[in-house]
Write a protein that binds this ligand. Structure first.
Ligand SMILES: [Zn+2]
Ligand SMILES: [Zn+2]
Length: 271
């Protein structure tokens, strides 16, 4: 099987208007057999999106329509490809209860989902860490150093794995090294292998999967997968399932990075 478990849609306010069908057609063209659409869920109640464009999550009023359209799509393409309805849920420190509330409401409609950290809390503020290199620089200034940003990021990912978000909590951890997105411009001197190892152990003991995300390979300031190959290799040896994610925000990004992720190529032999 060839699976892409992390795909955005026209419901993404910072994505493109490419139709759902265009993503599916591109995936079929590339030989994918399984897809999950994982649009950014609406941000939790009471959370003010701190990105300059305030467009991190989808509009709550569109959620019902999102699931209706995916349901139609699943049926339309049933003979060609397996399609799952999912969401990429933000883990935001301090908004666990509101996130659980959203999951309790929409969880029954989810076939699959991802839990990701995009926002870091610092004092009474939250910062979106993957918005832009300029914005990342602002985060470094707020936290005091690159090391402090990395420390906060990995701690927040750990909290996300351990958080109680109720029965519909996603069981796949999104791009677990997203903090590397601008690493060519802001290299971190400290080695975080110990923290990353701890995360792998938490993922393993929770019975979760990892989103093995190809988007970072295409980002000029990152140039590696999330997580990088050595970490993915270790996860695989530990028996943690790696689920490829293109993180496509436009149809032509389906499959991005796949050919340079040999660890995944064995999955082609699975039926
Ligand atoms: Zn996005
Ligand atoms: Zn994400």
């Amino acid at each position: 099987m060839k699976r892409d478990g992390h795909i955005h849609t026209p419901f993404c306010p910072h994505g493109t208007t490419d139709s759902l069908e265009s993503y599916v057609e591109e995936a079929i063209h590339q030989g994918f057999t399984h897809l999950t659409f994982t649009e950014h869920a609406p941000l939790p109640d009471g959370f003010l999106d701190t990105t300059p464009t305030r467009d991190s999550g989808m509009d709550r009023s569109q959620l019902d329509n999102y699931f209706i359209l995916l349901d139609r799509l699943k049926k339309e393409y049933a003979s060609a490809i397996s399609i799952k309805a999912g969401l990429e849920i933000d883990f935001i420190e301090g908004f666990e209860a509101q996130t659980a509330h959203l999951l309790n409401e929409y969880g029954p409609l989810l076939d699959d989902s991802i839990l990701s950290v995009h926002f870091l809390k610092h004092r009474q503020d939250w910062y979106c860490l993957d918005y832009s290199a300029d914005y990342f620089e602002k985060i470094i200034r707020a936290f005091g150093s690159i090391t402090a940003v990395y420390t906060a990021y990995f701690q927040t990912v750990k909290q996300s794995i351990e958080a109680n978000l109720g029965p519909y909590k996603p069981t796949r951890i999104g791009h677990m090294t997203l903090v590397h997105k601008f690493q060519k411009q802001f290299p971190c001197k400290k080695d975080f292998s110990r923290e990353i190892d701890e995360l792998l152990h938490s993922v393993k003991s929770s019975g979760y999967e990892l989103d093995f995300n190809g988007a970072g390979l295409m980002k000029p300031l990152c140039q590696e997968t999330y997580p990088p190959p050595a970490v993915a290799q270790k996860a695989k040896q530990m028996g943690i399932p790696l689920v490829y994610g293109s993180d496509a925000h436009q149809a032509k990004d389906i499959g991005q990075g796949w050919k340079d992720m040999p660890l995944l190529h064995d999955s082609l032999k699975e039926v």
